[in-house]
Design a protein around this ligand. Sequence first.
Ligand SMILES: Cc1ncc(COP(=O)(O)O)c(C=O)c1O
Length: 400
Amino acid sequence: MTSQYTPSFPSRLPHVGTTIFTVMSALAAKHQAINLGQGFPDFPCDRTLIAKVNEAMLADHNQYPPMIGIPNLRNGIAKKIQGLYNHQYDPDSEITITAGGTQGILTAILACVSPGDEVVIIEPAYDSYRPAIELAGGKTIAVSLQVLRDPSGHAASYAIPWDDLEKAIHAKTRLVIINTPHNPTGMVWQKADLDRLATLVEGTSALILSDEVYEHMVYDGAQHHSVASHPQLAARSFLISSFGKTYHVTGWKVGYVAAPAAMTAEFRKIHQFNVFTVNTPMQFGLAAYLADPSHYENLPAFYQAKRDFFKAGLEHTPFKLLPTPGTYFQCVDYSGLDIPEAKLSEADFCQWLTTNVGVAAIPVSAFYDKPTESGVIRFCFAKQEQTLSAALQRLQTLTR
Ligand SMILES: Cc1ncc(COP(=O)(O)O)c(C=O)c1O
């Protein structure tokens, strides 16, 4: 509550309101809609993981851990990255445990972006990038993914806008932010894409922030291509990952950032005055659990089954499905529906869908700064089969 004694002050983020995820989740709750909007699992995590965290608490691992994270967890991460992407990060000087991917992103941006520096992002983009750049005083240079359309003009898939990226990246570029697998489109970068990015930044002083929080959600036998697997990119990249996504514990907010020692040193200067340390028992629990790779090795099959189940049900709706090679998001085009609401903006369509059909989704337009409508909305399929079935039953009442 403000009073006459509260001085006025200018907002540091004047354009920021409540995120679309919070808005849609509140609307879903109000209308008892099935929430396929916000990206979080509605099923429990493995009890073994919880037992390991409990064990850590009972063993009195409840005080401040080392600022950079406990050694066992950093060692485990280094081993995992070496095994999967064939790059050796030094766990002591190149890996830092963070309070989720979001804090890793903010801290990395604050560590390297100075007022006036240009930061290239690719829209649709995860919503924390822009405000973080703004807080650092940087200038966001946004390029848009190309929307590839089918013969009837509906969105069919996305492609990296290489020409625009080439124009956007130059001597003044401080940072380029990429996200693969990509939220919200599910797009996955290929090895050739990383090669092309490496060529674009070669000879510039641009660093890379690679948001790979969905690294273990890549389907149909395909592979995730991490910047860690690309020596030229690894040498200039902050690699961001999140245990929340991988272990179905989004509420724990534990993640990590891997980067070359010189970049990590600057990162840690900010980190130590930002959060300083991250939840000790969770770190012990995750370190013990990470030693067995089976969970993340099985994750693609686990989520692919959900994707395929949801997709098969959506085939009986009038939505047009876009490809989902990665993440736990399915995008659909609604602009071909034979109902007046097909003409609504993405945000209004999502409101209508939540209120009248009882299923919440997220408008892809919310991931752009400037109004950009392509008639596409995003569903999250990280849900139990019964939740997906109930949502599909409701969506199947929509007519073509
Ligand atoms: C692309 C992307 N990056 C980062 C995050 C944040 O991860 P965390 O919950 O670990 O902060 C999310 C969460 O939805 C995301 O989708």
